[in-house]
Design a protein around this ligand. Sequence first.
Ligand code: PMP
Length: 361
Amino acid sequence: MPRAWNFSAGPATLPEPVLRRAQSEMLEWRDAGASIVEISHRGPEFMEVAAAAESALRKLLSIPDDYAVLFTQGGATTQQALIPLNFAAPGQPADYVISGHWGKTAMKQAAPYVATHVAASSEADRYRTIPARDTWQLASDAAYVHITANETIHGSEFRDIPDVGDVPLVADFSSSIASEPLDVSKFGILYAGAQKNLGPVGISVVIVRRDLLERDGQPRADIFDYRSQLKAESMLNTPPTWNWYMLGLTVQWMLDEGGVEEFAKRNARKAALLYGAIDDSGGFYRNDIDPAVRSRMNVPFFLHDEALEKAFLSESKAAGLIALKGHRVVGGMRASIYNAMPEEGVQALVAFMDDFRKRHG
Ligand code: PMP
């Protein structure tokens, strides 16, 4: 089967030029005499790759100098446990705004270490909305306020950065990092697993305002200590060199394509096209999320008749469109349309959906 349009939520489709470049460098990386995955992380070749990835990411996201960038293992979920350990005193309150599955996960990971407090939740509304800022009830003395910038499963996204005053805002950007320009200085900490917009799974990025690293946090092993990781340039132990290299290629590709301004335009066009196809289907397809906070990255949708789901999935696959099955938590379908999904892929999906509706409507 040739390469299909891949709508997987993550690990997700990667830019074809990145895959081709990695393929061409797989056996011998420049003059190293070996693959990049076969050489020491402390050698000059990999150190250069690592530094280039960081400087490209800093450029792509306009990360101010007073923010440190860490490249870590363990995925976004591990950061959800490490953030309270590093930035909250034992049992200190920490606010969580729950707008979907991943906000809940974040709170669960933090629960052993802090007094997690639900500042707001749209669970009662089945996460079709994001709680309005003026309804949040923030704890006094909270170590931070945690939000999920984009809820990958439920398909909602913060469209404005909430103001939480002097308390650091911590945001899980796993599924929307680099999808549009962002004012990093509005956040205390941003983190993201790479496997949606930044590269393959196996590496995560933590962007943290340096003054927060002065917080004592809680007793923890060195390996769980962001301060130690920063001092060791994210190489306290053997880092995932392949993933770091691939992240660097992916970020450089985004810069070459025009950066986050360009991707914001492409992503807006892709989302408008797909939501338009759903909304204009006369009820054949349906998305339940408040239009004001619909995700530009993950588009869950339902068919008017559940019995058609099987046919939709098998026919879409036959048409070269893969990974459209929705997450088991919500069911239905889901199309993830990250930066690496070309507009052509979304056009192909919409054409298929129109055709399917005509044949089965
Ligand atoms: N947060 C969000 C928003 C996610 O989409 C995911 C994964 N889909 C996670 C956290 C968990 O990431 P990981 O599997 O890297 O731990």
